[in-house]
Write a protein that binds this ligand. Structure first.
Ligand code: PMP
Length: 394
């Protein structure tokens, strides 16, 4: 007998419910700021990716409003038909200039960028070697590619070299890594990855979702941090939704990359261009980070303070090197309990357990931003101390 829709939905949902994986997103009743309101409760927000505090910044909102008024609410078509407004091209030039790359193209999100770029670049006979902790959008993007796919152990250069050695090909070789890993907050060893990739004639592909606006001069990103921004054999992709505070994705690198993506990347060809207000806000974000270094200074001051204090209290922050600050609780139930208790104390920080992170490594992931005051962080630390003691973690 044919499965009905009701049967399918209820079977799937009860499976999720039984394994404790059913998601109920918390709802913010105010803008995503360092202090906000979640499910009716005033909280200090350690859960957003709003690294520079740009999501609700007046400069971004003002330029968004002006582009909205002048250019309309929507772009009206996909980029290749009638959706490329002058502001799209201007912003892409601004972005390539900022990134110091030969070209840059903007897509609808970081997720679709990985699908578009990986799906476009790779052919049968190519080899792609991907870090085991790479983001889900890379994994999905690689599903669209016909290349031979291999995984190397997280940030393990010797393992990467082994895989490259064992899989010779005359095709393109692509080494794929996150710039900053979203669960642990560690920075990819890009200098060594690029060196090994080059030794085998390969190209390095960096998803810099969490490095852009965080690392490198004026937030130019992980690739800039390691000095590879002019390299034609390094491709960077990323999101415009985290430090840049809005939404969108980009690919930047070799001067021909943009032209090929315009012709082949399916999200570019078949999904409507970004709305003018988004382009305006993003353009203001790039202007602001370059004209005012205090955003990045505050981000890193806050990061250093918060991490040092957590360690002083006895927490394990899992070797993080960036504002992404995991706090290890071990068992999934403990991490979730800690998140609930912190919430009662007015701290919004999300617990992550298996299968999002390995078994026994359940944690709370905190993201420090430029917008947090010292007082916000001190209040969060007091709550952490209380909850950590209650759960016997410190
Ligand atoms: N890549 C990485 C490494 C990410 O962390 C994210 C965001 N979760 C994405 C891609 C997707 O970006 P977006 O939210 O713009 O789709």
């Amino acid at each position: 007998m044919t499965t009905s829709l009701s049967e399918r939905l209820s079977a799937e949902l009860s499976g999720l419910r039984e394994s404790g994986l059913l998601i109920h997103p918390r709802v913010l009743d105010a803008a995503n700021r360092a202090r906000t309101s979640v499910d009716g409760k005033a909280v200090i927000n350690l859960a957003s990716n709003n690294y520079l505090g740009f999501a609700d910044h007046p400069a971004l909102k003002a330029k968004a409003e002006s582009y909205l008024r002048e250019w309309g609410a929507g772009a009206g078509a996909v980029r290749t038909i009638a959706g490329t407004l002058r502001i799209h091209e201007e912003f892409e030039e601004q972005l390539a200039h900022f990134k110091h790359t030969g070209s840059a193209l903007v897509l609808q999100s970081g997720f679709t960028t990985n699908q578009g770029v990986l799906g476009t670049l790779l052919r049968e006979g190519d080899l792609v070697v991907s870090d085991e902790l790479n983001h889900a959008s890379i994994i999905d993007g690689l599903r669209l590619a016909k290349a031979t796919k291999k995984v190397f152990k997280h940030a393990d250069i010797a393992d990467l070299e082994r895989v490259l050695q064992e899989n010779p090909t005359d095709g393109l070789k692509l080494v794929v890594t996150d710039g900053v890993f979203s669960m642990d907050g560690d920075i990819a060893p890009l200098d060594k990855l690029v060196e090994v990739a080059r030794k085998y004639g390969g190209v390095t592909y960096v998803d810099d979702a969490h490095g852009s606006g965080v690392l490198g001069e004026a937030g130019r990103g992980t690739v800039h941090h390691f000095g590879f921004e002019h390299a034609d054999d390094v491709i960077q992709v990323g999101t415009l939704s985290k430090a840049w505070g809005v939404v969108g994705g980009y690919a930047a690198g070799h001067h021909d990359l943009r032209q090929l993506l315009i012709n082949r990347a399916r999200p570019y060809l078949f999904s409507t261009a970004q709305p003018p207000a988004v382009v305006g806000a993003l353009s203001a974000a790039l202007e602001l980070v370059q004209s005012d270094p205090s955003f990045m200074e505050r981000l890193w001051d806050n990061t250093k303070f918060f991490k040092a204090e957590l360690e002083r209290l006895g927490f394990d922050i899992m070797g993080s090197q960036t504002p992404i600050t995991p706090v290890l609780f071990g068992e999934t139930a403990d991490a979730f309990a800690a998140s609930r208790k912190l919430f009662e104390e007015g701290i919004f920080a999300v617990g992550l357990g298996f299968p999002t992170v390995p078994k026994g490594k359940a944690r709370i992931r905190n993201i420090v931003t430029a917008e947090h005051t010292r007082e916000d962080l001190e209040q969060a630390l007091r709550a952490y101390e209380k909850v950590g003691k209650e759960l016997g973690v410190i």
